[in-house]
Design a binder for this molecule. Sequence first.
Ligand code: DX5
Ligand code: ZN
Length: 217
Amino acid sequence: MKLPLIAPSLLAADFGNLQRDVEMVNESKADWHHIDVMDGVFVPNISYGMPVISAIQKYATKPLDVHLMIIDPDRYITKFAALGTSVLTVHYEACTHLHRTIQAIKDAGMKAGVALNPHTNIKVLEDIISDLDLVLIMSVNPGFGGQSFIENTYQKVKDLKEMISKKNTSTLIEIDGGVTTQNASKLIAAGADVLVAGSFVFKSTDPMKTITELKGE
Ligand code: DX5
Ligand code: ZN
């Protein structure tokens, strides 16, 4: 698949027209549907849960990339597998036994990702990176769409890319928060493989065209 992969975040979709917006992503050059799950505890916001994801899954034709911003995610791993999730990402800051959680995600037949908050150093993943299919670097504080991009992200991506190359793994680097065509090329140059974009896509006048531009086509 041609990099970067583009994962529009449905958090910024029009929930009154969710089917229409999911179908727009289906028709576009996007690669994945990014689905943000927030519990109001790990982050100061609540997004949506199983019934809404089930409705998304009914219409989505591309892989579901689920980003869990919840405490104790182990409770729901098999439920997300049953909902057709392809990539399940948990937060490093929310998992006491991260290795066990990652194994459980893989055992349930999904690809496993770990997300890092802006303040978390990539070094904490050194002993688990070879087990990860994806690392999601938060380029805003998790909880809300439409925030501005944190500039320190570029250096984090470079450091993480170096760690991945040294360990000789094929772990993908995903960037989430404040992504636009302004910062996309610098992120890709730093080593990003997957770009999540919510507001920039769904609040634009032509979301399909915006996705094509992010894809660099
Ligand atoms: C934030 C979410 C993001 C969010 C990105 O906590 O993880 O996926 O939807 O939204 P934008 O692209 O608007 O920053
Ligand atoms: Zn997200």
